[in-house]
Structure formats: C-alpha cells, structure tokens
Write a protein that binds this ligand. Structure first.
Ligand code: KIV
Length: 297
C-alpha cells in the first residue's frame, strides 16, 4: 500500500538542510513567492527556500506597508505556494499582530500555517520574542527569526532605514541573535544592516543567517521576487538587483494581444474549434423557422 505524504512533509529541503549547509560552508538561496505560479517557477529554478513574505502586502495587494496584511491573506497565499512546490522549504511569514499579543495566539496562528503545508514560520523581533519562539519550537514548529530592519516596526524605526549602525544598536542586534538561537530558531534573517555586523553575527552563530541588504558575509540570501524580476515598477531597493525585466515584457505582450483583438487577428484558426457542418445545418433550419416566425408576428 502506498501512503500519500501530507502536503509539506515530503520536500527534500528541510530546516536540517539549513544547518547542514552552514556546517558545510554552502550558501543558502531563498526568494519570496506569493502564489502557485511564482512558486512553481522559483522551485523549478532550484532555490533552497521560498518565503511567503508579508511583503505580499505591497507586491500583491497594493498596500503601503506590511501592517495591513492579515492571517487570511497569508494563509491563502501559503496554501497556494505549497501547491506549487516540490523541492524547496516553504516558510510562512507571520503577519503583524498574529504573534505579538501572546504566545498562545502565536502558537495557534503558527499552527494554522503548518496545517496549510508550510515547513516553518518566520517572525520579527529579538530577545523579547524568545519565549514565543521557544513555545513554537517546543510544539514542533520550526521558527526563522528576523532582525535588523523589521518592516512590521517601521513606525517605531522611523522609516525603512539601515539598522545597527552604532555600537549600542549593533551590540543589541548581536544579543538578539544569541537570544533567538538559544530559543531554538533554526535561522535568522538579517535585513538592512552593515555588512561587517552581519558577518560578525554569522561567524558567531551556529544557525545560518540569511541576509537581505546585509552584505555577502551571511550564510545565505533572501530577495523579493518582484524586485529581482522587474515586476515592481520603476523602484528597485538598493539591496536588490534586477535579473530580468518581466514587467516590461508583460506590458508589451498584453499590448500586442489587445492590438490583435482589436484588429480581428486573434483568435485565429489555431485557437478555434469548428462545429460539425450537419449540426449547424440542422440548427439553422430549426432556428431560422422559429426565429423568423416570431420576428414576423
Ligand atoms: O516579507 C518579506 O518579503 C520579508 C523579506 C524581505 C525577508 O520578510
């Protein structure tokens, strides 16, 4: 008898792979995805991990920040991504206020992501989140931390600015890294901090660091799908590099389609199915009688 593994339990990359990669000095490639089509594409490209980021608030839903993103938004996106992935570890980002209120709340919400097929969750914050991280890890839920520029705290940080620039802030970040590792986090995202600080943290920690705007000294890198592919309009964050101009390609393709439709060039013969002539003859005979009769009455 063959047993079908539940969604998310049979993918080759796991949190254990993360640790093994760091031990072997092999870097980890991670990218965001938000739906089944982006998930299929990035998984086929061979990335190690896919983050269903709450950046979906901006990239997909058109909000100005991640603060408006809800559990429903994230659960639907996570389930869609999971359906498109065969290899990579899927990590679900816990949205604003889904884990800050209480550890019990965090556990219930993190569990919902695991039921949706995620292999791990990510949450923002350092030492003050350690008890919550421990609670989730004790319940069997792998947790990725997120330090530095934590977008859910943008109002407290005074904008999307590089963090950890002075000794006090840098030393707090190192303490936060230690606290998360101690609490059982399997990896930590370091966002927008000086490269030297990220390298110092990466050298000290046993768990891998995943950088974004943190230089090349982290154990891996994460980037936002739309930033890399030119799908986010004209703006590209300094930490991103555009590997393709898909936005321009999509606009040109859709403009060509609209032009074909208006010129009567699409659909063409290749996209058309024809009826059996006998069926059409009978249909015309039947309908022309009754239709003409009615019109003439
Ligand atoms: O939501 C997101 O995309 C993220 C990455 C920027 C790390 O948290």
């Amino acid at each position: 008898m063959s047993v079908q593994a539940p969604a998310g339990t049979d993918r080759p990359v796991t949190t254990a792979t993360f640790r093994a990669r760091k031990a072997a000095g092999q870097r980890i490639a991670m990218i965001t995805a938000y739906d089944v089509s982006s998930a299929r594409l990035v998984d086929a490209a061979g990335v190690d991990a896919i983050l269903v980021g709450d950046s979906l608030g901006m990239t997909v839903l058109g909000h100005l920040s991640t603060l408006q993103v809800t559990m429903d938004d994230m659960l639907r996106a996570t389930a869609a991504v999971v359906r498109g992935v065969q290899r990579a570890l899927v990590i679900a980002d816990m949205p604003f206020m889904s884990y800050q209120v209480s550890a019990e709340d965090a556990l219930r919400n993190a569990a919902a992501f695991m039921v949706a097929g995620a292999g791990a969750v990510k949450l923002e914050g350092g030492a003050h989140m350690a008890d919550t991280v421990r609670r989730l890890v004790d319940a069997g839920i792998p947790v990725m931390g997120h330090l530095g520029l934590t977008p859910q705290s943008v109002n407290q940080l005074g904008g999307y600015k590089v963090q950890g620039k002075d000794v006090a802030a840098a030393s707090k970040l190192l303490d936060d890294c230690r606290a998360l590792q101690e609490a059982g986090a399997f990896a930590i995202v370091l966002e927008c901090i000086p490269a030297e600080l990220a390298a110092l943290a990466s050298a000290e920690l046993v768990i891998p660091t995943i950088g974004i705007g943190a230089g090349a000294g982290c154990d891996g890198e994460v980037q936002v799908y739309t930033d890399l592919l030119g799908l986010g309009g004209d703006f590209t964050p300094r930490h991103a590099k555009r590997y393709a101009e898909l936005g321009a390609a999509v606009t040109a393709a859709v403009a060509a389609y609209a032009d074909d439709v208006r010129r009567g060039a699409f659909p063409g013969e290749a996209q058309t199915t024809h009826a059996d002539p006998a069926v059409m003859d009978e249909l015309r005979a039947t309908h022309s009688d009754s239709a003409c009769g009615k019109a003439g009455e």
